[in-house]
Design a protein around this ligand. Structure first.
Ligand SMILES: *Cc1c(COP(=O)(O)O)cnc(C)c1O
Length: 386
C-alpha cells in the first residue's frame, strides 16, 4: 500500500494529460500564455476570489504575500506552532520575526485565544510591532477564520491564509483560499490539488495587491519585462504544469474531493470503537466546516507506544507518517530569531502522539478497511499484553 498513491490518478487521467502536455510541447510556448491565464481564471472561480496569480511553489506564494505587504525587520508575524516549516520560514526570509502560537487540541489549527494572548504579550514584552497572522488550514481543515479575522481586525493585522493543504475545504459554503486578505496554496504533488512538480498560487480580492504580486513574481517588472521598478523574485508556474493542472482541477472538483471525503467517512466509521474507548482521537470537523483531507490524522492515547504501532503497521504493509514530529518553536533554524510564549504545550503533545494514515481520493474500500482492522488489532493486542 502507498501512503499517497499518485499513480492511480495518473492512470485515470493519462489520455487527457498526455494530450495537454503534447499541445504545450508543440506550441513552442513554455512560460506563461493561454494555459496559465485560463488556469488562473478557473482557480479564482473555484475558490471565489477576484484574482489568482500562479507562481513557482507554495513557499514563494507565502513570501510574495508578505513582500507585497512590505513585511520587514522589527515586525511580528504570528504562525501556528504545528505546521510545515514554510509557514514560518517565509517570515524569517523577509526579515520579520515569527511568533509561534499554540493550536486547538481538537482541530489542530491555530487557537484564536492563544493568538490574542500572543499579540498582547508581544505588545507588552517586546519591541516588535504586531503585523500579520499566517493561519494554516492544517491537514485540509480551514482554520477558525471567523474568530481569527475578528482578532486581526481588532489589532489591525493582515491575515494571510496558508491554504497549501486546504485547497477544497470550506466554511459554510465559502471555499478555502478565500479567507485571508491574501491566501495561498501549493500544487506540490501530494497536496489536495497537485501538479507534476512544483507549483503554487496566490489569491486576493484586492486588485492593487494582485498587481503588486504579479510584478514581484517577475523580477519586479513595471510596464514591460525589461522595466524593473522594484526588487522581486523569479517565481512562475510552468506552462506545462498549468496544462496538467487544468485537467487535474476538473477531476478534483468533479469527483476527487467527494471521493476523499468518503474515504475519511469510512475511516471514521471503522475506527469509531477505538475512539469510544479513548485509545485514539479521530479528526474533528467543526459544524459548518468541510475538509479536503490532505491528511487523515489521528491522535493516539499517551499510553500507547507510537513507534511500536508504526513498525507493526509497516510489517503489515501499511505505511504511516508523523505530521509533524517537531513543533516549529523547536526547529533549530528559528533558534534565537523567533518567539514562543509559554512553550505551546498542546503542539508539543500532538507532535508526540499524532499518526497519519494512508489517504487520498483513490484509497479503495478494501484498503481503508485493512488499515482500520490492522490498527484495531495492533492496539487491542498491545492492551492485552500489559
Ligand atoms: C506544502 C506546504 C507549504 C509549501 O508548499 P511548497 O509548494 O512545497 O513550497 C507551505 N505551507 C504548508 C502548510 C504546506 O503544507
Amino acid at each position: 500500500m502507498q501512503f499517497r498513491d499518485l499513480r492511480e490518478q495518473h492512470r485515470r487521467l493519462k489520455k487527457e494529460i498526455n494530450s495537454a502536455v503534447l499541445d504545450v510541447l508543440e506550441s513552442g510556448n513554455y512560460i506563461g500564455g493561454k494555459h496559465v491565464q485560463d488556469l488562473e481564471r478557473q482557480l479564482a472561480d473555484f475558490v471565489g476570489a477576484r484574482n489568482c496569480i500562479t507562481c513557482a511553489n507554495g513557499t514563494d506564494a507565502l513570501q510574495l504575500a508578505l513582500m507585497a505587504w512590505g513585511a520587514h525587520e522589527g515586525l511580528a508575524v504570528f504562525v501556528p506552532d504545528l505546521t510545515f516549516f514554510s509557514s514560518g520560514e517565509v517570515v524569517s526570509s523577509v526579515g520579520a520575526t515569527p511568533v509561534f502560537v499554540d493550536v486547538d487540541p481538537r482541530t489542530f489549527n491555530m487557537n484564536p485565544i492563544k493568538l490574542e494572548e500572543a499579540i498582547s504579550s508581544v505588545k507588552t514584552n517586546t519591541d516588535l510591532v504586531p503585523f500579520a497572522v499566517v493561519a494554516v488550514d492544517l491537514f485540509g481543515l480551514p482554520a477558525d477564520y471567523p474568530a481569527i479575522r475578528d482578532v486581526c481586525k481588532k489589532n489591525g493585522l493582515h491575515l494571510l491564509e496558508d491554504g497549501a493543504q486546504g485547497f477544497g475545504g470550506s466554511i459554510k459554503g465559502s471555499k478555502a483560499c478565500s479567507f485571508g486578505d491574501i491566501s495561498t496554496t501549493s500544487f506540490f504533488p501530494a497536496k489536495p490539488l497537485g501538479c507534476y512538480g512544483d507549483g503554487g498560487a496566490v489569491f486576493t480580492d484586492d486588485d492593487d495587491w494582485a498587481a503588486l504580486i504579479r510584478s514581484l513574481a517577475v523580477h519586479g517588472k513595471g510596464e514591460m519585462k525589461y522595466d524593473n521598478v522594484r526588487v522581486g523574485m523569479n517565481s512562475r508556474l510552468d506552462t506545462l504544469q498549468a496544462a496538467i493542472l487544468q485537467k487535474k482541477l476538473r477531476a478534483f472538483a468533479g469527483y476527487e474531493l467527494a471521493s476523499v471525503n468518503r474515504v475519511a467517512e469510512r475511516y471514521s466509521e471503522a475506527l469509531a470503537d477505538l475512539a469510544s474507548t479513548s485509545d485514539i482521537m479521530l479528526p474533528f470537523i467543526p459544524p459548518g466546516y468541510t475538509s479536503s483531507w490532505a491528511q487523515y490524522t489521528i491522535k493516539l492515547s499517551q499510553d500507547l507506544n507510537r513507534d511500536l504501532i508504526r513498525s507493526k503497521m509497516q510489517d503489515a504493509g501499511i505505511p504511516t507518517m508523523i505530521y509533524y514530529p517537531k513543533p516549529m518553536h523547536s526547529q533549530r533554524a528559528f533558534e534565537g530569531s523567533s518567539i514562543c510564549f509559554e512553550g505551546c504545550p498542546t503542539t508539543s503533545l500532538l507532535c508526540d502522539s499524532v499518526l497519519s494514515l494512508p489517504m487520498g481520493p483513490y484509497v479503495s474500500e478494501e484498503d481503508s478497511n485493512l488499515v482500520a482492522t490492522t490498527l484495531n488489532r495492533i492496539i487491542r493486542d498491545s492492551a492485552s499484553n500489559w
